[in-house]
Design a protein around this ligand. Structure first.
Ligand code: ATP
Ligand code: MG
Length: 351
């Protein structure tokens, strides 16, 4: 029986409430398919930052290095600015472990109301691939003349041939495996250096993957189409900033932030990849045991897929779909009255 070594970072707020359900699901599905997990938990969080002045220890990455994957709950705490958790934990892990793909599956499930008319269950089923380590989120730039009328701020975006090519190859490969199409998000009409470069590389990689039909859309038009015709997409690839915006928009189209999963992938498996629900620490409901565990459970399914267990992953997403379609039991964010534990039990019964 293979044992996968998993690092758990529950984080803050409901992060600690949604990881145990994900673990229960992993253990159940592992028993069924003949593999197991060993877990090591790390208390890295905004709470730790407030106690000790850092989200994680100096040698944090070294402690994670020998793991097969990382499962993160959520980090965030009222009064701690977002950039602390971002630059103190998430970005060092993403960059340090070369997790250059941010994978965000988008699916409208039967039994969930999408705020978008015409976003029918079963028809909306696509993936946003976001470049996760370079692009618009760079530290290069600066501010001068503070307080003077001449004050200005400059922020550079960094797109490298190697960095763009690898994420495009991942996205084209995914479209190939799904037997689908690829849509590239651009803005080369307004951003005259980086985006034309991005477009050229899309065309170049498209030629290497001739079986995938691809097109490109300007980000403004693409955002509108996410709302107007979400069923049209299959794999959408975007830069760091565009992908960030598109994936949150798409998660809203689906109907609940409590369901959406994310994977931060190192496709070459040189380093552990990290899986996390899209939602934050939700301080408004933390401690009450009513958080929706599906985002974390679906993230665990992405992890199973990455660890080479696509059938087990399919069992988990199948159980999620079946419970949403066939059961009245659900957490308050989905209009029910169930607790996190009761909702998790519904899933476990199917596994
Ligand atoms: P953070 O600062 O950690 O990002 P946030 O408040 O900005 O937290 P979320 O934590 O994502 O962002 O919460 C946004 C809203 O969605 C809140 O009202 C929260 O209660 C709700 N929410 C988020 N995740 C869940 C969940 N898993 N189950 C139920 N409700 C959720
Ligand atoms: Mg937030």
């Amino acid at each position: 029986m293979t044992d996968h070594r998993i690092a758990l970072i529950p984080g803050d707020g409901i992060g600690a409430e949604v990881l145990p359900p994900a673990q229960q699901v992993l253990d159940a599905v592992g028993r069924r398919h003949g593999f197991g997990f060993s877990y090591q938990s790390f208390d890295w969080s905004c709470a730790r930052y407030l106690r000790e002045g850092a989200m994680m220890p100096e040698d944090g990455l070294d402690r994670l290095r020998d793991k097969d994957a990382i499962l993160l709950g959520a980090v965030g705490y009222p009064g701690v600015p977002d950039h602390v958790s971002l630059w103190g934990l998430l970005i060092p892990i993403r960059r340090g472990f070369r997790q250059y793909v941010n994978l965000r599956p988008i699916r409208v499930f039967e039994g969930i109301d999408s705020p978008v008319r015409g976003a029918a269950a079963g028809e909306v089923d696509f993936v946003v691939v976001r470049e996760n380590v370079e692009g618009e989120y760079s530290e290069i730039g600066g501010r001068t003349n503070r307080g003077f009328p001449e004050e200005m701020a400059v922020q550079e975006a960094v797109f490298t041939r190697a960095g763009v090519t690898r994420v495009l190859d991942y996205a084209f490969g995914l479209a190939e495996r799904r037997g689908g199409t690829l849509t590239s998000a651009t803005k080369s009409n307004g951003i005259v250096h980086t985006m034309p470069f991005w477009d050229e590389l899309v065309a170049e990689r498209g030629a290497v993957h001739p079986r995938v039909a691809w097109d490109q859309e300007h980000i403004d038009a693409l955002a509108a189409k996410f709302v107007l015709e979400p069923a049209r997409f299959d794999v959408v690839v975007a830069s760091n900033l565009f992908g960030d915006i598109l994936s949150d928009l798409a998660a809203a189209v689906v109907g609940s932030i409590g369901i959406a999963p994310a994977g931060n992938l190192n496709p070459e498996r040189e380093f552990p990849s990290m899986f996390e629900p899209v939602h934050g620490s939700a301080p408004d409901i933390a401690g009450r045991g009513v958080a929706n565990p599906l985002g974390a459970i679906w993230s665990a399914a992405l992890m199973l897929d990455h660890l080479g267990h696509p059938e087990a992953a399919g069992d988990v997403t199948g159980a999620i779909a079946a419970v949403l379609a066939g059961s009245e039991v659900r957490t308050p964010d989905l209009g029910g009255t169930a607790t996190t534990a009761e909702f998790t039990d519904e899933i476990l019964q199917l596994l």
